[in-house]
Design a protein around this ligand. Structure first.
Ligand code: SF4
Ligand code: ZN
Ligand code: ZN
Length: 319
């Protein structure tokens, strides 16, 4: 079958949400264009922005690195990778692959670790948490710490934006979870143009938010990236409600292709209307340890509280 877009090359990818079958060239172009269009639509990158890409070595981060390094001059982009310290995961050879690829694209890669920031690797934190009977999943520690480290590094290294490789699947799951929990505040904060809650938060952009996960995988495959395929040993602990929402969304997507894209676009429009009506989001209290704003209504932010519970603390204080 010929490609639905150029009509010249053989189609190699079927794209159910558009009803098209595309050749490799047109498929890669389509993804790049969607990322550019998303960045334009939400005004994600201004002319003076210096963007820090948060990359893990997975397929999504290769796509992020590939497309953004094309979109921005080398002096306005660099990448950060965080080693969590999970046995068998995020190994040094994966980081080396990432470093080589970043270098090819003219992007500097800075590598840090959870241990560097807290004195303990993620595996050590989880072990102590279990010994002390703290019923918090590894993913809760991991996600919170990575967010804090990304924000701190961005500030320390002079980035004006941080870009993460969250794809459409991640974003739509998060939106549904926010709705299921009745957390309208978080739903609004998920919008790319939600006002910043504090100058201490470096604005986070997600240029892949309209790209399906399978599309990111296909992009990486067609580009010949050798991305990290090992699975984190804690994946089985990832929150079960998210896993159920993911399964449900995939079922709807199979029955009616394009559902996930439509849902996220509808949520974005809804958030835009609400943000227009309210103008701003409520200010948040500050954590008395790290000084960052927190939606967690206690004296400490959730990350600082969890670290204290396992006898650790942020070694590098956010400025
Ligand atoms: Fe971190 Fe959980 Fe992902 Fe593992 S599965 S890398 S612990 S968020
Ligand atoms: Zn084509
Ligand atoms: Zn804190």
């Amino acid at each position: 079958m010929k490609c639905s877009a150029c009509g010249v090359k053989e189609a190699v990818v079927s794209q159910p949400h558009t009803g098209r079958a595309l050749c490799d060239t047109c498929f890669l172009f389509d993804i790049k264009e969607r990322v550019r269009e998303t960045a334009r639509r939400f005004n994600m990158i201004g002319e003076s922005d210096r963007v820090m890409l948060a990359v893990s070595g997975g397929k999504d981060s290769f796509v992020l690195l590939d497309v953004l390094s094309e979109l921005l001059p080398a002096e306005r982009v660099f990448a950060l990778s965080i080693i969590e310290g999970i046995p068998g995961y995020n190994r040094l050879e994966d980081i080396e692959k990432l470093r080589r690829y970043a270098k090819e694209r003219g992007v500097d890669l800075i590598v840090t670790s959870i241990k560097e920031f807290t004195g303990m690797s993620l595996a050590e934190i989880v072990r102590v948490a279990r010994e002390r009977g703290i019923g918090v999943s590894a993913c809760t520690f991991c996600g919170g710490l990575r967010r804090k480290i990304i924000n701190t590094c961005a500030r320390m290294l002079g980035a004006t934006k941080t870009a993460t490789a969250h794809n459409l699947d991640d974003e739509v799951q998060t939106a549904i979870l926010n709705l299921l929990r009745g957390d309208i505040g978080r739903l609004l904060r998920q919008h790319p143009n939600a006002p910043r809650l504090s100058e201490k938060f470096v604005q986070r952009i997600k240029p892949l938010r309209y790209v399906y996960e399978w599309e990111a995988t296909m992009y990486s495959y067609l580009k010949g990236f050798r991305f990290q395929e090992t699975e984190c040993m804690y994946i089985v602990e990832s929150p079960t409600l998210r896993a159920r929402v993911r399964k449900w969304l995939y079922m709807l997507e199979r029955e009616s292709p394009g559902t996930m894209l439509r849902v996220l676009k509808a949520v974005d429009k809804l958030a835009e209307r609400l943000l227009e009506l309210h103008g701003r989001l409520p200010r948040l209290p500050q954590c008395s340890v790290c000084g960052e704003p927190t939606s967690y209504r206690r004296q400490y932010c959730k990350v600082c509280e969890l670290l204290m519970a396992v006898g650790a603390k942020l070694a590098v204080k956010p400025q």
